[in-house]
Design a protein around this ligand. Structure first.
Ligand code: NAD
Length: 438
């Protein structure tokens, strides 16, 4: 017979151990999510940041940041306080909390690729011991934490009694420095009551506000709902743009008028298509999970389709410009303003600029360059040629300038004055003889 009072006493001791001192926390995956999280946690706890990418680790150990939005001084401060950046998973042994922030991309067939989570768990597992808590922060479909972590660890531990598991979504708003992660309410969840108690106490220490979800699947699903809400609304407004364009009406003027309604309307802006690690991917994660439950989600998938169609819409605008002006596809000179998928960011993952570039290249357009001060040569894909500086002469050299990303650092007046023709996908310029919407 199981001695319940003994078990109760055991996990009471674990809880006490975890919650009564300065904790040691390991963050696995030091990317756009894991690095800022490590810096935040290091304010109150000892942090071990682990990444398989040795180059990243070595950069961080040289007190250098590889993310534009994080100052070198913050990395130095982290290192000076005896925190650790490394690729050595055996360091996990000393951790009270292990937080997983590895990528969750799509496979070639657009289904979830959980290989990074699986790989991280297999590397973590040999160093796990009783009393530790593991939290997944990578975005995935409901059931992932249970299937990949709880089920896996249940073979060696009593999850919820000897080892504690939960999920907490990451809500970092890339490119917005005013929205410090500490102040973004944190959704937390746990496999059991004890797990939730331990994990929520931990996050409470670091975040201004936490929300305790009733279960892990609720927390996992809520992250997808938040991102699909954006995908659907962006898809919707992109479709409005394409309809308005057919009618010869400026969609940005329509939005401006609609936005005067004081209730029941929230403004979203159209663009050249979606990008980043979340909005293009998360609808497909939910779609995959819904199918397993026998539900073929039309609405969710439609938003992905419309958003992709939007990039094609911009490509068609370019092609029609080239044809109208009798320029050869092989000789037309195009400048993309913005490589990043979102304003004020040094992140080109799934960027609409790269998708448009590929669509145009397939049509035989070759003379395409990019201007984006958020990137340096070497930090961009090989096929991308970055222009370092814009002068009146260099701008006038291009037959067409396409505003893809509305970075604050662009001098829009200067661009408007010195370009021959602009396709504006962001509503930064007024429509004129020179400027058309894209
Ligand atoms: N970028 C965002 O703004 C954002 C926002 C919310 C949620 N998310 C989610 O957070 C997760 C991480 O995203 P990201 O943008 O930080 O990704 P990223 O690609 O920037 O960083 C992931 C890091 O994990 C490392 N890594 C991969 N496998 C590893 C392993 N087995 N062990 C240790 N390290 C490993 C990689 O080298 C990389 O440095 C994803 O699930 C993403 O959907 C991202």
């Amino acid at each position: 017979m199981v001695d319940k009072s003994h078990n109760k006493m055991k996990n009471y001791n674990y809880k006490k151990k975890i919650l009564s001192k300065k904790n040691c926390v390991s963050v696995v995956g030091l990317g756009y999510v894991g690095l800022p999280l490590s810096l935040l946690l290091s304010k109150k706890d000892k942090v071990i940041g682990i990444d398989v990418d040795k180059k990243k680790v070595s950069t961080l150990n040289s007190n250098e940041s590889y993310l534009e939005r994080i100052d070198n001084s913050k990395i130095r401060e982290f290192n000076n306080k005896k925190n650790i950046f490394c690729s050595d998973f055996s360091k996990l042994e000393d951790s009270d909390f292990i937080i997983i922030c590895v990528p969750t991309p799509l496979k070639k067939n657009n289904t979830p690729d959980l290989s990074f989570i699986k790989n991280a768990i297999s590397k973590i597992k040999p160093y796990l011991k009783k009393g530790q808590a593991i939290v997944l922060e990578s975005t995935s479909y409901p059931g992932t934490t249970h299937d990949q972590i709880v089920k896996n660890l249940n073979k060696n531990f009593k999850v919820g009694e000897e080892i504690f598991v939960g999920f907490s979504s990451e809500r970092i708003d890339p490119g917005r420095n005013d929205n410090k992660i500490k102040k973004i309410p944190k959704v937390v969840s746990g496999h059991s009551r004890h797990c939730l108690e331990i994990i929520s106490k931990f996050y409470q220490k670091h975040f201004t506000k936490i929300f305790k979800a009733d279960s892990i699947v609720i927390a996992e699903f809520s992250k997808l709902l938040e991102n699909i809400y954006r995908s659907v609304n962006i898809g919707f407004v992109n479709e409005m743009k394409m309809i308005a364009d057919k009618m010869g009406i400026d969609v940005f003027k329509i939005i401006e008028a609609a936005n005067t309604k004081p209730y029941g309307f929230r403004r979203f802006f159209p663009g050249p298509g979606i990008g980043g690690h979340c909005i293009p991917i998360d609808p497909l994660y939910l779609n995959f999970a819904a199918k397993k439950f026998g539900y073929d989600s039309k609405f969710v998938k439609l938003s992905s389709d419309v958003n992709f169609k939007t990039t094609k819409f911009v490509a068609d605008k370019v092609i029609s410009f080239v044809n109208k002006n009798n320029i050869k596809f092989s000789s037309v000179k195009i400048l993309f303003l913005g490589l990043a998928y979102k304003k004020n960011l040094d992140d080109y993952r799934e960027s609409a600029s790269l998708k448009l570039f590929d669509l145009l290249r397939k049509k035989g357009i070759k003379k395409m360059k990019f201007y984006d001060p958020h990137f340096k040569n070497g930090s961009v894909p090989k096929k991308v040629f970055l222009v370092k500086k814009l002068s009146p002469k260099s701008l006038f050299h291009y037959d067409l300038v396409i505003l893809m990303t509305d970075h604050d650092c662009f001098d829009y007046k200067f661009i408007n004055k010195n370009s021959k023709k602009i396709i504006d996908c962001r509503g930064k310029f007024s429509v004129s003889k020179k400027v058309i919407r894209g």
